[in-house]
Ligand binder design. Structure first.
Ligand SMILES: [Zn+2]
Length: 87
């Protein structure tokens, strides 16, 4: 008796591609990932249009957030400067 029942082949497991987690995508957009992680994300995105779309959304969102934050800071700085010793 050969106890070898049909185990899931290794290639079968590899086929089951895990998508990038939203956390990883977010952090990629915010540039908080290490070199290795960045490479992993880019490698996956290269062959996965689903994650590519999500990544592009996140990057656009991060850029919008960044620019709106910069605009807010500029406004505050301007307001501070505009305000002379006026009581
Ligand atoms: Zn994917």
């Amino acid at each position: 008796m050969t106890g070898a029942r049909s185990l899931p082949s290794k290639s079968g497991i590899v086929e089951l591609v895990k998508h990038l987690s939203i956390e990883l995508i977010e952090r990629y957009a915010l540039r908080e990932l290490s070199e290795v992680e960045i490479q992993r994300v880019e490698k996956h995105v290269f062959s996965c249009s689903e994650c590519q779309e999500r990544l592009q959304e996140e990057i656009a969102l991060a850029a919008a957030m960044r620019s709106s934050t910069v605009a807010k800071i500029k406004k505050i700085v301007k307001a501070e400067k505009k305000r002379p010793a006026q009581r």
